[in-house]
Unconditional design. Structure first.
Ligand code: DX5
Ligand code: ZN
Length: 219
């Protein structure tokens, strides 16, 4: 059974509280918080995500799955740790050295939070291998980060498959989360490739009945 992390990026303005409540009833496993700084990616959702995540924190016990698409990772970690997220995921591509990556991993852990590393479509899966024993989740972007509603890049399925084979071979216990363009059509192949947490934004938020779609994606 996979878990579902609903991206709040496409939640309609003014419908936030109703949407979050309905998502909770529909049993999303996480709220996926897409933090964008307007530099690492064009869009800037930083303040909006801070406000929405702190609102969710106040009204729900469901865990926050924070996805940092920012250049200044440390500042973003400090800003979002306040909300006691379940996990903070940063991009390999926003770091300039291995030392920096290890430093961020330990910084997040020192703050009693789980760590995820995300890689963009053009980044080879091998680049994340050495960090896997020290993190809790690897987030494979199945679209170019920066906006919701895109079409899943099917080449990324091979990357998920390779990662799954590698962690099985090395007996590394981590979650594989796939993010971008996931819907009822693409979910089966993403799960088959080996992802055990699926991020979905548009596919869920646009649905009339959140529970039907979440149950279907979980199957
Ligand atoms: C894109 C974000 C994804 C995106 C998912 O940069 O990381 O989480 O919002 O949205 P959909 O499911 O609409 O592709
Ligand atoms: Zn995301």
């Amino acid at each position: 059974m996979v878990e579902i992390s609903t991206s709040i990026l496409s939640v309609k303005k003014g419908k936030e509280s109703d949407t979050y409540f309905r998502l909770e009833i529909a049993k999303t496993d996480y709220f996926h918080i897409d933090v964008m700084d307007g530099k690492f990616v064009k869009k800037d959702t930083y303040q909006d995500m801070l406000e929405n995540a702190s609102y969710i924190k106040r009204i729900s016990n469901l865990p926050l799955d924070v996805h940092l698409m920012v250049e200044d990772v440390k500042t973003a970690i400090d800003d979002f740790l306040v909300l006691e997220p379940n996990i903070v995921t940063f991009h390999l591509e926003s770091c300039n050295s291995k030392e920096e990556i290890y430093e961020i991993i330990s910084y997040i852990k020192k703050n009693h939070c789980k760590v995820g590393i995300s890689i963009k479509p053009d980044t080879k899966i091998e680049e994340v291998y050495e960090f896997l024993p020290y993190i809790h989740m690897c987030l494979i972007m199945t679209v170019e980060p920066g906006k919701g509603g895109q079409t899943l890049l099917t080449d990324m399925l091979y990357k998920i498959k390779k990662l799954k084979e590698y962690i099985n071979e090395k007996d590394i216990q981590i979650d594989i989360e796939a993010d971008g363009g996931i819907n009822l059509k693409t979910a089966p192949e993403v799960k088959k490739a080996g992802a055990n947490i699926l991020v979905a934004g548009t596919a869920i938020i646009m649905a009339n009945d959140f529970k039907v779609i979440i149950d279907e994606l979980k199957k």
